[in-house]
Structure formats: structure tokens, C-alpha cells
Design a protein around this ligand. Structure first.
Ligand code: FES
Length: 174
């Protein structure tokens, strides 16, 4: 009798501990899956471009994806069909996922190129694939220019639409 009630108590105690653990795990998993609060709120990420240094890659998150922002230095050739002029400067704005199998390429300021460690793919500073298996340039996320220092990711502004239209024409010609 005593043993049975003790077993019952122990069973309930273990059950309670397991339930608390399960709830804790679910909360932790949800935190991992959720995007950043600012992104989740409206699907937009606002970036202050005045903080960017020339030829130094800045990575921000938009909808769970890494977005590459690269401010061109004066000695970098402007690739006008893929770069964006905001204020006085040209920038690359690209989704930082290799177009081969989705690894995140690394930027080398010295070589002014992106290199993907997974299979050796390379992209120039404007995100154009120059070597290896990537089948196309890095993708460009929707963006809108708000003023000479502010860009909003997730909003398809006029400059984004012009850029995409020009790239589509180019792809049709090729
Ligand atoms: Fe980048 Fe294969 S994933 S080269």
C-alpha cells in the first residue's frame, strides 16, 4: 500500500517535471524559429547606410535571410545594372545566399569578391557569378530608398523595380 502510493507520487512528480521540460523546449524552439521582432512586425528592415564603410561588407537580416550591403569605394568599378545609387554612393544590395546550393559566401575586401567555401563559387562585388558552379548572380531583395542614407528592405520601391526590369531585359537578350 505504502509502495503503491509512493509509486503514484513518484509517477506524478516525474510527469510534472517532464511536462515543464517539454513546455520549456517548445518555448526555446519557438524562439529559434521566430524571425527578429522588428522583421516579424511588418516584414521590413530599415538600414541606416551612413554607418557603412567603403568596401566593407555589412550583413543585416531580412525575413530570416542574410542581406549583403556593400558600399562601393571610388576605385571599384560601378556595375550600374546591378548596383544602386543612394545619395552620392553606389551600393550592392543582395541576398547573401549562394545561387548554387545556398551557402553564405564570404567577402574579401582585398580581392573585392565573394567566395563561397562550399564548392568554390565566386561572385564580384556586384554579385555577378564569375567562377565555379553558381548558375546566376546573387539575388536582389525588394528595397525602397527613403532618403540619401536610408533603405528599407522588403518594400519594392521605384529603384528596385527599374533595376529588376533592366536585369530582365538583359536576361532576355542573353
Ligand atoms: Fe556556393 Fe556551391 S553552394 S558554390
Amino acid at each position: 500500500m505504502i509502495n503503491e502510493s509512493r509509486r503514484g507520487f513518484m509517477g506524478k512528480a516525474f510527469g510534472a517535471v517532464a511536462a515543464v521540460g517539454a513546455v520549456g523546449s517548445l518555448v526555446a524552439m519557438k524562439k529559434t524559429w521566430d524571425p527578429l521582432p522588428s522583421v516579424m512586425a511588418a516584414g521590413f528592415t530599415t538600414v541606416d547606410l551612413s554607418k557603412l564603410a567603403e568596401n566593407k561588407l555589412e550583413v543585416v537580416k531580412w525575413q530570416g535571410k542574410p542581406i549583403f550591403l556593400l558600399k562601393f569605394a571610388a576605385d571599384m568599378p560601378a556595375v550600374e545594372k546591378r548596383s544602386v545609387k543612394v545619395g552620392e554612393h553606389y551600393y550592392s544590395v543582395m541576398i547573401g545566399l549562394c545561387t548554387h546550393l545556398g551557402c553564405i559566401p564570404a567577402y574579401s575586401s582585398g580581392n573585392k569578391q565573394f567566395k563561397c567555401a562550399c564548392h568554390g563559387g565566386e561572385f564580384d562585388a556586384a554579385g555577378v557569378n564569375t567562377f565555379g558552379p553558381p548558375p546566376r548572380p546573387l539575388d536582389i531583395p525588394p528595397f525602397a530608398i527613403k532618403d540619401e542614407n536610408t533603405i528599407v528592405l522588403g518594400e519594392a520601391g521605384a529603384e528596385y523595380q527599374q533595376l529588376i526590369a533592366a536585369l530582365s531585359v538583359e536576361q532576355t537578350k542573353a
